[in-house]
Design a protein around this ligand. Structure first.
Ligand code: BGC
Length: 411
C-alpha cells in the first residue's frame, strides 16, 4: 500500500498553522465478541465468485451514521493473530498489554478473492454488531508502489474477476439478514489518480480503476453496505494543489455510483500515522496547513458539500499514537517507533467524523524489506522503516511489540 506525493514547490513553502487541542474523547463503543465460531465446514452459505449480487431482498434504507448506537464486532481473525503474538512473549507485563489489543475492533481485509469464502462465517459471528471490512482487490492494485501489488490485472480478465469478487461479497451480505456492514473501499486507488498520473502504471488504468470502484459502490449499496471510499491522508491529498482536484473526483465518483446514501463518505489515514489532532505540526508537514487529519477533513468536507456530496468521514488512528517519527511525511512503510493510537469511538468531537477506527490491523506488515522479493518497494528499506520485514499483510511480531510498547494512550 501507500503512497503519496508532495508537489515539489510546496516543499519550499513554510507552514504557518497553529496548534490545537485534542477534541476527541477517549470513550469507546462496546466491542462485541460472539461465541459463534467461524467454521469453514459448518457454512451452508456459499460465496462463489459467480453468485448473483441482486438475487435477494429489497434494498435496505440507510440511516445516517452506521456506528451510532451499535456495537462493533471484534475481528476474530485479528484477535487470533494477537493471541498468537502474546504466546510468543515471555514478559508478563507485555503479555497483559497485548491481551488488551485483542479486544479492540479492527477491520478485516478482503485482499484476495479466496478470502470472500470466510465472509459468511464472519457475518454469522458478528450477528447484529457491525462487521468492518476493507474491499481491497482492485486489478493493478497499488499502481504507484510495489509492496501491495495484488492478484488481479486488467490485462488478464481483471475487470470481470473483480466484478465476481464484489458480487461474492454482496451475495454473502444479502444472504445474512440483519448484519450491518461498514466497508472501506480500495485504499490508495483513487488517491493515486489525483497525484500519480505521471506514473504510467496508474495513468494506463485510470478509467478502469474508476469503473471498478463505481461497480463496487453501486453493487454493495444494493446490500445496504455503508461505504467510505479511501481518501488518502493529510500528507497526500491534503496539500493545497491536491485537495480541490480530489474533492472534484470523489464527488464525481459518488454521483457516477448513483449518489446512494450508503456511500456515506470517505476514510482517511488508512494505514498511515497522522494524528487526528496534532499538539503542534510535525516539522515534516511544513508547507501544508492541513498538518493533521482534523485539518484535512475540515478542509475537504466543505469542498465536497459545495460540489454536491455531504460526505462524512472515518479516520484510522490505529498506528497514530506517536508523532514526529518520520524524516519525511511521504514515508509510509513499517515506520519505526510507531505506537497504537486513539481507541475506536464515536465520540469524535467533530461533526464530519462518524467514528475513529482502527483500519490497518496493527502488526500486519506494510511490505517486505527483502530487496530481492518481487514486491520489494524501496520505501520498505528506507531510513524510517523497521527491518527485517516480511511480505505485506504477514504478521510482523517485532513491529507489533513496538506498537504495544509505544501505545498512546498507553495500555
Ligand atoms: C496488504 C494486505 C493486507 C493489508 C492489511 C496491505 O498492505 O497488502 O495484504 O491485508 O495491508 O494488513
Amino acid at each position: 500500500m501507500l503512497f503519496f506525493f508532495i508537489p515539489v514547490p510546496l516543499l519550499l513553502l513554510m507552514g504557518g498553522a497553529g496548534s490545537s487541542s485534542t477534541s476527541s474523547s477517549s470513550s469507546s463503543w462496546a466491542s462485541s465478541t460472539s461465541s459463534t465460531r467461524v467454521s469453514s465446514t459448518s457454512s451452508t452459505k456459499t460465496t462463489s465468485g459467480s453468485a448473483q449480487a441482486s438475487s435477494t431482498g429489497p434494498v435496505p434504507t440507510a440511516s445516517g451514521n452506521p456506528y451510532s448506537g451499535k456495537s462493533v464486532w471484534n475481528s476474530e481473525y485479528y484477535a487470533s493473530e494477537v493471541y498468537a503474538a502474546a504466546a510468543m512473549v515471555t514478559d508478563t507485563a507485555l503479555k497483559a498489554k497485548i491481551s488488551k489489543v485483542a479486544s479492540i475492533p479492527t477491520f478485516t481485509w478482503f485482499d484476495t478473492m479466496a478470502k470472500v469464502a470466510d465472509l459468511p462465517g464472519y457475518l454469522r459471528a458478528a450477528g447484529s454488531s457491525i462487521l468492518q471490512i476493507v474491499v481491497y482487490d482492485l486489478p493493478n492494485r497499488d499502481c504507484h508502489a510495489n509492496a501491495s501489488n495484488g492478484e488481479l490485472l486488467y490485462a488478464n480478465n481483471g475487470a470481470a474477476l473483480y466484478q465476481q469478487y464484489i458480487d461474492g461479497i454482496t451475495a454473502a451480505i444479502k444472504a445474512s439478514s440483519g448484519s450491518t456492514v461498514v466497508a472501506v473501499i480500495e485504499p490508495d486507488s483513487l488517491a493515486n489518480l489525483v497525484t500519480n498520473l505521471s506514473d504510467s502504471r496508474c495513468s494506463s488504468v485510470q478509467d478502469q480503476y474508476k469503473a471498478s470502484v463505481v461497480y463496487a459502490l453501486k453493487t454493495l449499496a444494493t446490500a445496504g453496505v455503508y461505504m467510505y471510499i479511501d481518501a488518502g491522508h493529510a500528507g497526500w491529498l491534503g496539500w493545497p494543489a491536491n485537495i480541490s482536484p480530489a474533492a472534484t473526483m470523489f464527488t464525481q465518483i459518488f454521483k457516477s455510483a448513483g449518489s446512494s446514501p450508503f456511500i456515506r463518505g470517505l476514510a482517511t489515514n488508512v494505514a498511515n500515522y497522522n494524528a487526528l489532532t496534532a499538539a503542534s505540526p510535525d516539522p515534516v508537514t511544513q508547507g501544508n496547513n492541513n498538518y493533521d487529519e482534523t485539518h484535512y477533513i475540515n478542509a475537504l468536507g466543505p469542498m465536497l458539500a459545495s460540489s454536491g456530496w455531504n460526505a462524512q468521514f472515518i479516520v484510522d488512528q490505529g498506528r497514530s499514537g506517536k508523532q514526529n517519527i518520520r524524516s519525511a511525511w511521504g514515508n509510509w512503510c513499517n515506520i519505526k517507533n510507531a505506537g497504537f493510537g486513539l481507541r475506536p469511538t464515536t465520540s469524535t468531537g467533530n461533526s464530519y467524523i462518524d467514528a475513529i477506527v482502527w483500519i490497518k490491523p496493527g502488526g500486519e506488515c506494510d511490505g517486505t524489506s527483502n530487496t530481492s522479493a518481487v514486491r520489494y518497494d524501496s520505501m520498505c528499506g528506507g531510513p524510517d522503516a523497521k527491518v527485517p520485514a516480511p511480505e505485506a499483510g504477514q504478521w510482523f511480531q517485532a513491529y507489533f511489540v513496538d506498537l504495544v510498547t509505544n501505545a498512546n494512550p498507553a495500555f
